[in-house]
Design a protein around this ligand. Sequence first.
Ligand code: SAM
Length: 266
Amino acid sequence: MSEPHQARKRFGQNFLSDKNIIYKIIEAIRPDPADRMVEIGPGLGAMTEPLMSRLDHLHVVEIDRDLIARLKEAHSPDKLTIHEGDALKFDFGSLVADGAPLRVVGNLPYNISTPILFHLADYADKVKDMTFMLQKEVVMRMVGDPGTEEYGRLSVMLQYRFNMRRVFDVPPGAFRPAPKVMSSIVRMVPRPASECTAKDYALLGKVVTAAFGQRRKTLRNTLRDYLDEADFAALGIDPGLRGERLSVDDFVRIANHMAAKGPQPA
Ligand code: SAM
């Protein structure tokens, strides 16, 4: 085989090398041979190979041309479909044309973790579940509860779409090169459509962004362009609270109240 691969920082390359951790991740995913699965960022194949040994077929999305060349050399297209390019631009819906729900997995590049989670949230209705390795700090924000320091825009927007659970933590020593931070495995299962009741998802995003834009300010201040005292009274929400006190459902009620009121400020 070719020269050893030099890890590229710009692609967030920290390769898993601890066999026990890799085994634990595969066990957490529980692949079934017939699953429609896609791995984001297969890299040198630490997870790819054990996944392939348990699946009839696997899709991967990889941006690094050198790694793509290695994957092509090592695996037949009968078993592995390689999608070359940026996962942030990849149409995950194209993998579920026949309706079988998608399972998404990956040790994600940490430098693009938030945009990739938002990109994937757009496919929630086509997904069965997602299991990712991410920076622990990001996972804590994803699963954070109201009233905690971790709770913010990422928590609300993802918890609206997914039930999420931190499965276990992974120390830096499990990777080559070792990252500076702890990592965690997170499992995300889309909530049923009947529970996702925001009339206008973009408006929900606007409200949540405004409420957490200045965390220390009260809702009366952060949402002043959208809601007056009568609106707060109608919603039964105290305008003297900070955004971090509101549940996901409170934010949905606010956005739906605004949608019912009509056009909003730009
Ligand atoms: N799965 C491998 C492992 O666990 O050892 C590699 C994980 S490494 C943290 C992240 C992988 O994502 C690398 O292979 C990197 O080249 C790839 N990657 C980085 N940015 C990407 C992007 N925008 N789209 C697709 N793959 C990307």
